[in-house]
Design a protein around this ligand. Structure first.
Ligand code: FES
Ligand code: FES
Length: 161
C-alpha cells in the first residue's frame, strides 16, 4: 500500500510491502540511518524515533500505521534548538557514547525534559528503561539530562532556577 505521512517536517509518500516496518522504510526508502537495526524486537532502543509525539521503537511500528501520522528521526530533531540543549548537556556531563544508541538516548532525554526540566532519578530510570546502552554509565547520563534541563531553563527563562 502507499503510505503518506510527515517525515521530519516534509510530506512524503512511499509504497510499502505487507509486513514492512517503519525501520526499513526509514533506512531503505529514505536513507535515514540514525535509527539502527539492532534487536528488531523493541528491547534495545537503538531504533527510536518520535512517532505522533511519542518516542517509539521504529522496529515495532508496522508501515501502514504511519499513514497520516508524523515521524521525526534524529536527522530532523538534530536541526532544532532543543537538540542543542541536550547535546551541550551531555557534553558538560561527560556522557560517553559509541553512537550505537546515542540517538535513542537523545530523543528519550527530549521526551523526558518536555514533561519536566528537573526529572528525579525514578523518572529518569523509568524513561530510559527501554534503552540497553552498553557504554554509558547511568549516573553520568542522568547528570547529562539534568545539565540539558538546566541549559533549556536558562535559554527559555534566562536564568537557571
Ligand atoms: S532495533 Fe528496535 S528496539 Fe532494538
Ligand atoms: S551509545 Fe549505547 S551502546 Fe554505545
Amino acid at each position: 500500500m502507499t503510505v503518506r505521512f510527515i517525515l521530519n517536517g516534509e510530506d512524503v509518500e512511499v509504497f510499502t510491502e505487507a509486513g514492512e516496518r517503519l525501520i526499513s522504510i526509514l533506512r531503505e526508502h529514505f536513507a535515514l540511518l540514525s535509527a539502527k537495526s539492532g534487536c528488531l524486537a523493541g528491547s534495545c532502543g537503538c531504533c527510536l524515533v518520535s512517532f505522533n509525539g511519542a518516542v517509539s521503537p521504529a522496529c515495532l511500528i508496522p508501515a501502514f500505521r504511519v499513514h497520516g501520522g508524523e515521524v521525526i528521526t534524529f536527522e530532523g530533531y538534530s536541526q532544532t534548538v532543543e537538540y542543542q540543549d541536550i547535546a551541550a548537556g551531555f557534553a558538560q556531563a561527560g556522557v560517553e557514547s559509541c553512537a550505537y544508541c546515542e540517538t535513542g538516548k537523545i530523543l528519550t532525554a527530549e521526551m523526558l525534559l518536555t514533561g519536566n526540566l528537573r526529572p528525579g532519578r525514578e523518572e529518569f530510570f523509568s524513561a530510559f528503561r527501554g534503552i540497553k546502552c552498553r557504554c554509558t554509565e547511568p549516573q553520568s547520563l542522568y547528570r547529562g539530562v539534568l545539565a540539558a534541563g538546566e541549559n533549556r531553563r536558562r535559554r527559555i527563562y534566562g536564568r537557571s532556577s
